[in-house]
Design a protein around this ligand. Structure first.
Ligand code: ADE
Length: 240
């Protein structure tokens, strides 16, 4: 998969995309990431990519043409793939794991991180396919949001995670929150590891984990339960 990011702070994205799972995925050629700075496509001596807002008011708005040129360059560099263009903004639809899974299946994503008051609406109307928010709060720019999309989508690429099942065991992959996890020591002054986890009984462990997930979801995020549809294997575990 290829992800291009249009941003006034390419270093931010480059640094984030160098470390951890995403960094390794890039090194192994499973994920390609490139950044494009609209300032590089400005036509004045100040490398302006933003201007004052029509109608007055504080703040600056990102201009159409530097963004358009950055987008054209990103498309040209990627070759003849069909790209989905996403603008990260608090006005967008809230990102969830179902959306992440959908985006992870694409060959090419172009993310636009806004700064200042936002982006000229005409650019959004003509060049952007979708607007996505990472939550109901306002960041000073879309770079953190783009980094979140890159991480969530990147780790789902084929071959990125070592253990083939670890993405399937994620919170939200079955619509539920994750169960608790423990490691050594088994006995500690702060508590013991639940006995079932050291029993070697794989069915009992799976049942315990599912029950923990259901219980946590019920207590912490009951809203999620409305949409949960357990698969056959999970339903069988619960009635055993
Ligand atoms: N840019 C600023 N705030 C944001 C948010 N909540 N989600 C995505 N992009 C943003």
């Amino acid at each position: 998969m290829r992800i291009d990011v249009i941003t006034l702070f390419p270093d931010f994205i480059e640094n984030c995309a160098r470390i951890g799972v995403v960094g390794r995925a890039r090194e192994r050629g499973l994920l390609q990431i490139a950044t494009w700075n609209p300032r590089d496509f400005a036509t004045d001596n100040y490398r302006s990519a933003d201007d004052r807002c029509y109608g007055g008011g504080p703040g600056m708005v990102m201009m159409i043409d530097p963004l358009r040129k950055a987008l054209d360059e990103a498309r040209a560099a990627a070759g003849p793939t069909e790209a989905k263009v996403i603008y990260l903004s608090p006005q967008g639809k809230r990102l969830d794991q179902a959306k992440v899974v959908e985006l992870a299946k694409l060959d090419h994503l172009i993310l636009l991180s806004g700064r200042y008051e936002g982006v000229d609406e005409r650019f959004l109307e003509r060049a952007v396919d979708e607007e996505i928010s990472i939550g109901d709060y306002v960041l000073s720019g879309g770079e953190l949001a783009a980094a979140i999309v890159i991480d969530a989508v990147g780790r789902l690429q084929q071959g990125v995670l070592n253990d083939a099942t670890s993405a399937e065991q994620d919170s939200f992959s079955n619509g539920l929150l994750d169960c608790p996890h423990y490691t050594r020591p088994e006995h500690h002054e702060w508590g013991d590891v639940p006995a079932v986890l050291t029993s070697g009984d794989h069915a009992a462990i799976a049942r315990w984990r599912l029950k923990q997930s259901l219980g946590r979801t019920w207590l912490r995020r009951p809203d999620l339960l409305e949409r949960v549809e357990l698969d056959k294997k999970s339903r069988a575990l619960l009635v055993e």
